[in-house]
Design a protein around this ligand. Structure first.
Ligand SMILES: *Cc1c(COP(=O)(O)O)cnc(C)c1O
Length: 234
């Protein structure tokens, strides 16, 4: 199967799941996760209709940025404060804001560039299992703190990485819990809070995520095949 075939296949599954959730396919954004894949492969995906790509490392964005056709870039992995300056003018949405300290740095750099930066707050739905993300209890106070103090940031929603279970049915309740937190925060009246994206679901669980309310999915392996992690050591 080519990258193009895989994308068509995923689009089909996405449509089915979206319809189950009472949405149309185009209400769910498919982000192609391109970490450890080459600019050539990424350009094939763009030619096949992908308009949004996700990377989890700043360095990979910098390495590929000039070599990839015009597209929207998403930073989906953990972001260190000292690296914000490199991507502030390159990415369209940062999915992984999980501390006020990181938000303050994004605010400072966005102000220098006289731009607004769209972000998602990353929640960790199962506290002990994931390294990054704020707990479900802390997310509201972080959203308030950022919205009150960061005039160059707009909070566009939430992101989560669910723990991996063989059977994706086992994460259904977790996705539903994150959706209910999302729905609660969405109503917070503030001009810097403009919830539009609930980013959850990856190759093995995106259908369940969509059924439970995700409207932004991040799919890598199912589009590009397995990643060769050995090449990272070179
Ligand atoms: C790698 C990655 C994905 C995609 O994972 P696949 O299982 O390859 O679809 C999604 N989100 C984040 C944050 C990732 O790092």
């Amino acid at each position: 199967m080519s990258i193009k075939d895989n994308i068509q296949y995923i689009e089909g599954l996405k449509k089915e799941a979206a319809e189950k959730a009472g949405k149309s396919a185009d209400e769910v954004l498919l982000i192609a996760v391109t970490k450890l894949h080459s600019p050539e492969e990424i350009n094939q995906a763009i030619d096949a209709g992908i308009g949004d790509i996700g990377e989890n490392k700043v360095q990979e964005i910098l390495d590929k940025y000039e070599k990839v056709k015009p597209v929207r870039w998403h930073l989906i992995g953990h972001l260190q404060t000292n690296k914000v300056k490199y991507i502030i003018d390159k990415v369209d949405l940062i999915h992984s804001v999980d501390s006020y300290k990181l938000a303050q740095e994004i605010e400072k750099r966005a102000a220098q560039h006289e731009k607004n930066m769209d972000i998602l707050v990353q929640v960790s739905p199962v506290n002990e299992e994931t390294k990054f993300g704020v707990s479900m209890e802390e997310v509201k106070s972080l959203v308030s703190e950022i919205s009150e103090n960061c005039p160059h940031i707009t909070i566009k929603g939430l992101m989560c990485i669910a723990p991996f279970y063989e059977n994706p049915e086992d994460v259904r309740q977790i996705f539903a819990d994150v959706k209910s937190v999302y729905d609660g925060l969405k109503e917070m009246p503030h001009e810097r809070i403009d919830f539009k994206y609930l980013s959850m679901g990856m190759s093995h669980d995106f259908q369940v995520a969509i059924e439970e309310g995700a409207n932004c999915i991040r799919v890598g392996t199912a589009i590009f095949g397995n990643r060769d992690y050995r090449s990272e050591e070179k």
